[in-house]
Design a protein around this ligand. Structure first.
Ligand SMILES: *[C@@H]1O[C@H](CO)[C@@H](O)[C@H](O)[C@H]1NC(C)=O
Ligand SMILES: *[C@@H]1O[C@H](CO)[C@@H](O)[C@H](O)[C@H]1NC(C)=O
Ligand SMILES: *[C@@H]1O[C@H](CO)[C@@H](O)[C@H](O)[C@H]1NC(C)=O
Length: 141
């Protein structure tokens, strides 16, 4: 609740102080969508470290990382990003980054069998926070 109120506050400040650019809209909406303002995304498939360059408010770029293993989980064979989950690397194999924002892996289901390859759009759960990759809008499970 208080976090929600704080974001509303910063959105209002932004709206007053700076002209609205794509970056501002993406940030204010909190729908993630990092790939609209970040590039050269790469994934270390053994550690889960995801790296990209993102534009900040001054149009300069910074390289930053998030570890996908922190919030990407294997839910019965399907990749999902959420607040409580993570550790997909423990039960998934053939991990790859198909595009800047699409993660692929083949994961064990609840019965211990490999499910069909699963693909996850990372855009809803990672945003560009003034030049830095940041988890955002995560659901709880
Ligand atoms: C992005 O990747 C390309 C190809 O690997 C490289 O030439 C370019 O320098 C990279 N851009 C940045 C900002 O690192
Ligand atoms: C990927 O992560 C592993 C484990 O942390 C590390 O040993 C390896 O050097 C990393 N690879 C690259 C290309 O950074
Ligand atoms: C952008 O530039 C302003 C004015 O120079 C500076 O105060 C601010 O810290 C810069 N923002 C970033 C993210 O570097």
């Amino acid at each position: 609740m208080s976090r929600a109120l704080r974001s509303v506050g910063s959105v209002l400040v932004f709206a007053i102080l700076v002209p609205v650019t794509t970056l501002e809209v993406v940030r204010a909406a909190c729908f993630g969508a990092f790939s609209q303002t970040c590039w050269n995304a790469s994934l270390n498939t053994s550690s889960g470290v995801f790296t990209a360059y993102c534009l900040d408010e001054n149009d300069s770029s910074t390289q930053s990382t998030v570890n996908l293993n922190d919030h990407v989980a294997n839910i019965d064979g399907a990749l999902d990003c959420n607040r409580n989950g993570g550790d997909f690397l423990l039960t998934c194999t053939a991990v790859s980054l198909l595009t800047a924002n699409r993660l692929m892996a083949t994961c064990l289901d609840a019965l211990g069998d490999f499910a069909a390859p699963s693909s996850l759009d990372l855009n809803p759960c990672i945003s560009n926070s003034n030049g830095f990759l940041k988890w955002s809008c995560l659901d709880s499970v």
